[in-house]
Design a binder for this molecule. Structure first.
Ligand code: GDP
Ligand code: PGA
Ligand code: MN
Ligand code: MN
Length: 613
């Protein structure tokens, strides 16, 4: 057994409550060694991981890792929110009593680190000194070195973040044990994996994965589930799966900020790393604040909604990232960035990586190339066209590597939010953009976000489903309360953000092509939205919001057919009338939904009934 006090003394970890917590779990897990880590340990840990074969070199300060082949995405089914109050149960949070889950997880973790090292990762979600500091601190304990390396890239890591807490007890206890991945019954009735957030005790217990949000507990478990719960319990902020960008208009000198919720693998990172299209690049510049999580609150002085990104890095989808779709994303993983690629294709001889869409065709000379499972491409049967990279393969890089990162991304005061947008992969019905000026209708729109699920979660790829504000997998308390909390927080602002629903993914039903070119061109509907908020354009009223007229949308240099443009700038009233019935069933599942939301629903339904075809 390790001596936790010795390890904590030598690392200078002084917070007495953190020390107690580390001792407690050292005892339960039976860890042989304890190591307290800081960001400064990165180079040494990378060298150890390379030695141990946990990482492989991917060219000049970049690394490659492969996860167990069944452990490649978040598991929604195995994710549970456990509290002491049954009233916290909602439709989507898989609520269970804390009294049942805590002993179960403790049982799975008991003795799990015998012969192993327990890494202690003190971290901060948020730039230091933010008004939400008291919710931002955590300490992850993990048995997996690559998890430490990912955490160092994705969060601010070091003992300094826990030593001087005003309340030494106000940190999230986040325990992660990978376990023996081959024997956990992935996807069988006897699945042993549990990803549990004990939200009212600020304790996270994850067992059975070393992948992404299942294992880097600062990101989703703390930054989203726990933060959403804390924000609600304290009545003080919203924790959302939002990207956050600045749009600088060099002509007027103004900068706008847009926050937006899209389900996983639906375009947040790409939007945040956007390079303005060439035709608009002289005037506009998009800056990156965040690509996956935003915390929002109202500043009592200015009356504005403010937002910050609690993360310190990016965990981005590799697929289809290339020089044309997203040069910034590509350069954020340039040589020398310390980036880690996971589950892409890899060539150990040349240290190159490849994923579908990186180039139009895979490397012509397949010599040395391994697919994401580590199998040689050269050994494939003729006609085997399985993807080389896993569809959910990812890159991990620190914000400072992002070419368009905002100059003030590290500023703890947050940025004022001008617009809040929702979107997802919706093949029909949803136009390119529809603006909503009423708060309750905006919240209603978020709650009724319907989109295709993606490969970022196990077993649901392609399924059309409602995903309220893109938070379905991260919801930590009941949806009715969630809606009320949104109305409470945003309703307290004296200058309301404008809302909008966007869709980059409408398809032609005949051949399936995307009707809108997307990626960099997505700036155009956002500019229209900001002009609408400023009163510079008026748009066209419809039953479901204000749509741009073709003239108002700057389409200089966009290649799009007449039929596609007509389709994405119009409303199919019949299809929408049908949708309202589905929405009603969806909303009925939420107990205690505020009247304002039902009224918004009825207003939209009535407007659709009255609408012309
Ligand atoms: P996130 O997981 O929400 O951050 O989504 P990403 O930005 O990582 O994108 C997920 C996938 O969608 C990637 O394969 C992107 O190439 C693709 N994608 C992103 N934006 C667009 C777009 O505007 N149009 C199309 N067709 N695909 C997009
Ligand atoms: P994503 O982030 O939303 O960028 O895919 C990871 C996740 O939500 O699992
Ligand atoms: Mn996400
Ligand atoms: Mn992303």
């Amino acid at each position: 057994m390790a001596d936790p006090d010795k390890a904590m003394d030598s690392a200078g970890l002084t917070n007495p409550r953190v020390r107690e917590y580390v001792r407690h779990w050292a005892e339960i897990t039976g860890a042989d060694r304890i190591e307290v880590v800081s960001a400064a340990d990165d180079a040494r840990l990378v060298a150890e991981a390379l030695d141990a074969g946990e990482l492989e070199p991917a060219g000049e300060g970049r690394y490659y890792s492969r996860s167990y082949h069944k452990d490649t995405a978040r598991s929604e089914e195995r994710t549970i929110v456990a509290t002491n109050d049954p009233a916290d149960a909602g439709q989507y949070n898989n609520w269970r009593p804390a009294s049942e889950m805590k002993p179960l997880l403790e049982g799975k973790m008991r003795g799990a680190l015998v012969g192993k090292t327990m890494y202690v990762i003190p971290y901060l979600m948020a730039p230091p000194g933010s008004p939400l500091d008291q919710f931002a601190t955590g300490v992850e304990l993990t048995d997996t070195r690559t998890v430490v390396l990912h955490m160092i890239r994705m969060a601010r890591v070091g003992v300094e973040f826990v030593n001087d807490l005003a309340d030494p007890d106000s940190f999230v206890r986040a325990v992660h044990v990978t376990g023996e991945l081959e024997s956990l019954g992935h996807g069988t009735p006897d699945d042993q994996r549990y990803f549990v957030t004990c939200a009212d005790e600020r304790t996270i217990l994850h067992f059975g994965s070393s992948y992404g949000g299942n294992a880097l507990l600062g990101k989703i478990a703390h930054g989203l589930r726990q933060a959403a719960y804390d924000g609600w319990a304290s009545r003080s902020f919203l924790g959302e799966q939002f990207m956050l960008i600045g749009i600088e208009d060099r002509q007027t000198g103004r900068t706008y900020h847009v926050a937006g919720g899209f389900p996983s693998a639906s375009g947040k990172t790409n939007l945040a790393m956007m390079q303005a299209p060439d035709a608009l690049g002289d005037r506009y510049h998009v800056t990156f604040y965040g690509d996956d999580i935003a915390w929002l609150w109202v500043d009592p002085d200015s009356g504005r909604v403010l937002a910050l990104n609690p993360e310190y890095g990016v965990f981005g989808v590799a697929k289809d990232t290339n020089e044309a779709t997203n040069p910034n994303a590509l350069h954020s993983v340039d040589p020398g960035t310390g980036a880690i690629f996971t589950n892409v294709a890899y060539n150990p001889a040349t240290q190159e990586v490849w994923w579908e869409g990186k180039t139009p065709e895979p490397p012509a000379d397949v010599t040395g190339w391994l697919d994401w499972k580590g199998h040689a491409i050269a050994d494939r049967e003729p006609g085997d066209d399985a993807p080389w990279a896993h569809p959910n393969s990812r890159f991990t890089t620190t914000l400072a590597n992002v070419p368009n990162v905002a100059g003030d991304f590290d500023d703890p005061k947050g940025v004022p939010v001008d617009a809040i947008i929702f979107g997802g992969r919706t093949r029909d019905r949803e136009p390119l953009v529809r603006a909503i000026t009423d708060l309750a209708e905006g919240v209603y729109d978020g709650l009724t976000l319907g989109a295709e699920a993606t490969f970022a979660a196990e077993g649901v790829d392609g399924q059309l489903r409602y995903d309220p504000m893109s938070m379905r997998p991260f919801m930590s308390y009941a949806e009715g309360e969630y809606a009320a909390h949104w109305l409470r927080i945003i309703g307290a602002a004296t200058e309301q953000p404008i809302f909008a629903h966007v869709n980059w993914f409408q398809r032609d039903p005949d051949d399936g092509h995307f009707r809108w070119p997307g990626y960099r061109e997505n700036l155009r509907p956002l500019l229209w939205l900001l002009q609408l908020k400023n009163g510079e354009v008026t748009g066209r009223e419809t039953a479901v919001g204000i749509l741009p007229t073709e003239e108002e949308l700057d389409l200089t240099g966009v290649e799009i057919s007449r039929a596609d443009l007509d389709a994405i700038l119009s409303i199919d009233v019949d299809r929408w009338r049908q949708e309202m019935g589905f929405r009603e069933e969806h909303l009925k599942q939420f107990h205690g939904l505020p009247d304002e939301i039902w009224e918004a629903h009825r207003r939209v339904a009535a407007a659709l009934e009255a609408a012309d075809q």
